[in-house]
Every structure is written in C-alpha cells, then in structure tokens.
Design a protein around this ligand. Structure first.
Ligand code: GSH
Length: 218
C-alpha cells in the first residue's frame, strides 16, 4: 500500500491527484501545516519536515512532481507519462521540472510574506515582486494552452497535473484573477476532471476523518 503524507491544499496534492488518475490504492495521512511546528513527531518520519512524503515499500520520496513521475512509470504503462521515444519526451520533462522549480517557487514566497509570517515580518514588496515573477513565468503556460488543450504530447499527462496544482495554489493565494484567458480556460478544464474532483473529495474526507482542520494553504 502506498502511503502519502499530506496537508490540506499543499503540494502533496500533486501525487494525490496522480494516484486518483491512476486509480491506485493509497493511504492518505493528513498533517496540520506546517508539520515541523504542529506535528513534531513527523520529523522522525521525514527529517525535512516537508510534505509530500510518500512511502511505497522501500521507496521514500519528498518531491511532489518527482513522485508523480515515479507513480506513472512504476505503475504504468500509462498515457499520463510521455515515453523516451515520443517526440514530446523533452517537452514533458521540461514541464515536469518547470512545475515546481519555476512556478511554485515564487508562489511560496508570496504566501510566506503575505500570510504565513507573523505580522511584523510580512513584506508586501517581496510578496508583490514574487507575484509578478510567478505571473511572468506563467506566460509559458498561457502560450502553450493557446495552441492546445493540454501542455504537451496532444493529451492530458502528469505535466498537466503538476502544473495544474500551481494554478490551484495561485487561486488559493489570490493570484487567479491575473490569469490570462487561455490559463483560465485550461484551469477550468482541469478542475472538471473526475480524478481532480475525487482528489479534492479525498483530501476533505481525510481531513474530517483524521480531525485535521484545513489551515493556511502552501
Ligand atoms: N520541492 C518540494 C517542496 C516541498 C515543500 O517545501 N513543501 C511545503 C508545503 S507545499 C512544506 O512542506 N512546507 C513546510 C515547511 O517548509 O516546513 C516539492 O515539490 O514537493
């Protein structure tokens, strides 16, 4: 059984959505955010204190987009992963890495300096600068989704899951009103997917069942 440690609305939503798209069985363990402060015992499981943390037998992983890639290749074949012989292989990998290194990175600075830090450490200039940074990088998604329904390979793939999560986070931190028309339409299409809805429902149910209230989303 695959175990996924998750906080409401956090990056661990990427592998949660991937698990639902693949139809795999999993156990979802909810944690309060940030776990390193509110669930110190979690540090014995994942010394980084971050989520996601995925355990699959001897395999333990902490990178949200990497876990999606792992699940697709380990439990595939699946059209969610683009293979090395496909002309879109490079584009697929580029979008996989882009999702966290380029898109989510500036978002976390917006969240931190607008909401997570204590009032006296908040910094509107940092938050504003990194919001602009994020929206600048999002132009790549606006261009790609103006040409096709999905990011690459002419079909829905894990690249859409991992970048789609960045759109979910953008909505949670108030940046969705700045989406261009193609990104807005793409985000609406992603949210209409059955597996996306199942992942949202699983997140809510697990939070209620395990008595972990939704907190600030990161
Ligand atoms: N690059 C990692 C980042 C993981 C990460 O930093 N997760 C955040 C939440 S989205 C976290 O756990 N923050 C709490 C902390 O740093 O204590 C990934 O893509 O999963």
């Amino acid at each position: 059984m695959i175990t996924l440690y998750h906080c409401d609305g956090a990056r661990s939503f990427r592998p949660l959505w991937m698990l639902e798209e693949l139809g795999l069985a999993y156990e979802l363990k909810m944690l309060p955010f940030p776990p390193r402060v509110f669930a110190k015992e979690y540090l014995a499981i994942n010394p980084l204190g971050t989520i996601p943390f995925m355990v699959d037998g001897e395999t333990k992983m902490t990178e949200s987009s990497g876990i999606c890639h792992y699940l697709g290749t380990r439990y595939g074949p699946t059209p969610l992963v683009v293979g090395v012989d496909d002309p879109a292989y490079g584009a697929f990998l580029n979008w996989m890495y882009f999702s966290d290194a380029t898109l989510t990175f500036p978002q976390t600075l917006v969240l931190r300096y607008s909401q997570l830090e204590p009032q006296e450490r908040r910094n509107p200039q940092v938050a504003g600068d990194y919001a602009k940074w994020f929206l600048g990088r999002l132009r790549a998604v606006e261009a790609a989704t103006g040409k096709a329904e999905t990011l690459c390979a002419g079909r829905f793939t894990a690249a859409d899951i991992v970048n789609g999560y960045a759109l979910r986070l953008a909505e949670n931190i108030g940046l969705a009103k700045e989406f261009g028309p193609n990104v807005a339409a793409y985000w609406a299409r992603l949210q209409a997917r059955d597996a996306y809805r199942r992942a949202v429902a699983a997140e809510q149910k697990a939070g209620l069942d395990q008595n972990v209230a939704p907190r600030v989303r990161a």
